[in-house]
Design a protein around this ligand. Structure first.
Ligand code: ADP
Ligand code: ASP
Ligand code: MG
Length: 435
């Protein structure tokens, strides 16, 4: 019997009517003969509201307690979803991350899934239930509740699709699919038929919130094809699979981050171990560092600049201050009025002139670049926040992203063949699946 995982994001379950509509989609798949696992996010802006509530109590909430609080949003929506399915005459059981046995590490508010047990899920499915899993949550080795980072329900869905060797993983959301950039930011953005795991992973990490970046890591590792589609229509959607949309285009999409901060440490001694002194203290606080730039030293001193998420700026400044105190040298400056604009594409790995084209587009708009970072398949620039939208529009136009590529590859029906067969087979035999 085939198995489908269907994930519904916050806007797709924002009120009772939408919950009932999502329930009907799951029931339709069940009637067609599939076993169905739903993964559900908190209703509407519930997670934002819970964060807001915490901030009214303290500006430094303990991460463990944040997880305790945030996980309640999904507990509300899964139970209502189960009731909706019951009211429509079908069997359903809602489960929290802990009840499923989603084990994570103990990094509260951005935990990583380590293992998932499948016994209970399989038993409930075999008994004819639609299983409704709370997205975005798990438990650590002390049975404390953890959450997977904002947008983490996508990762729950893809991980469950992997562990259950699902035939399809459908991500229902409030747009028709994956676009060349956020269509709410740039209306000229174009929906793509298909995007590769590598490109989507970069875009998601660089601000394309349509998918949680870790969900794409899972999908790639275990060969799970992802179908992103609208909750509100039957439009065909976009596939996230191994192959890109086109072979010959240098860039497939652009993204912008809205919550970035730059920290610079000026005049630190230029000798081995200094970067370690700074970044080990930042790492101790579990802060994710992004762009890092160090200039060539002058008179034995160097400047190091890096970016972090804006809401982690204060804690990072404390870490850096500690390092500067212990080095006995250095001066810290920071700026939380910056944004990062990026272009991504597998094609740039084998084409020249991509950076030049991006910089020319920015120069034509008189946009100043503060920092640059690159990988094989992306170029990112840090700009003043007010320049982010013009910068995004300029690069989107420069790479002609609104136009369909001339040689777009045909979309094939998704299969699991790209996954390593032995790996999938061993996962299916195991009752506990490990990442
Ligand atoms: P959900 O609650 O369903 O998980 P999200 O808000 O997390 O929905 O993700 C969907 C949103 O992602 C869209 O409304 C859109 O504004 C935004 N988005 C950002 N980048 C992209 C992109 N490249 N393609 C499609 N949507 C994008
Ligand atoms: N409810 C969580 C959030 O808003 C998880 C998710 O929606 O994916 O981030
Ligand atoms: Mg999301």
């Amino acid at each position: 019997m085939s198995l489908i995982v269907q994930k519904f994001g916050g806007t797709s379950v924002a009120d009772c009517e939408k919950i009932l509509a999502a329930a009907r989609k799951a029931i339709r798949a069940h009637q067609e003969g599939h076993q169905v696992v739903m993964v559900v996010s908190a209703m509407g802006k519930q997670t934002d509201q819970l964060i807001q509530l915490a901030s009214q109590i303290t500006d430094r909430p303990a991460a463990r307690e944040m997880d305790m609080l945030l996980s309640t949003g999904e507990q509300v929506s899964v139970s209502l979803m189960a009731m909706a399915i019951h009211s429509l005459g079908y069997q359903a059981v809602s489960l929290t991350g802990a009840q499923i046995g989603i084990r994570t590490d103990a990094i509260h508010t951005k935990a990583r899934i380590k293992s998932i047990s499948t016994d209970r899920l399989r038993q409930l499915l075999d008994q004819g239930n639609i299983v409704i899993a709370a997205g975005f949550q798990g438990i650590d080795e002390h049975l404390d509740i953890t959450t997977l980072g904002r947008g983490g329900s996508d990762t729950t869905a893809v991980a469950l699709a992997a562990v259950l060797d699902a035939d399809a993983c459908e991500i229902y959301t409030d747009v028709d699919g994956v676009y060349t950039t956020d269509p709410r930011v740039l209306p000229e953005a174009r929906q793509v038929d298909r995007i590769s795991y590598d490109e989507m992973l970069e875009l998601a990490s660089l601000g394309a919130s349509v998918m949680h970046n870790r969900s794409i890591e899972f999908a790639k590792k275990f060969g799970v094809p992802i179908h992103v589609r609208s909750s509100f229509s039957d439009a065909p959607g976009s596939m996230i699979v191994g192959e890109p949309e086109s072979d010959d285009r240098p860039v497939c999409g652009a993204a912008v981050t809205k919550h970035e901060a730059r920290i610079s440490v000026l005049g630190v001694p230029d000798r081995p171990g200094v970067s370690l002194q700074i970044f080990s203290r930042v790492a101790e606080r579990n802060v994710t560092v992004d762009m890092i730039v160090q200039n060539v030293s002058e008179a034995g001193h160097a400047d190091i600049s890096f970016t972090v998420p804006r809401d982690e700026m204060q804690i990072t400044l404390e870490a850096v201050q500690e390092a500067v105190d212990s080095l006995g040298a250095g001066r810290i400056t920071h700026d939380d009025n910056v944004s990062k604009v990026s272009v991504v594409g597998l094609g740039m790995a084998h084409q020249t002139g991509v950076a030049e084209k991006m910089f020319a587009a920015l120069a034509a708009e008189k946009i100043n670049i503060q920092m640059i970072s690159t990988s094989e398949i992306k170029i990112s620039v840090l700009v003043e926040r007010d320049a982010a939208l013009p910068a995004l529009r300029a690069v989107h136009a420069a790479f002609e992203l609104a136009k369909k590529p001339a040689t777009s590859l045909a979309v094939q029906t998704p299969t699991r063949e790209s996954a390593d067969a032995a790996d999938v087979a061993s996962r299916c035999r195991a009752s506990t699946w490990r990442t």
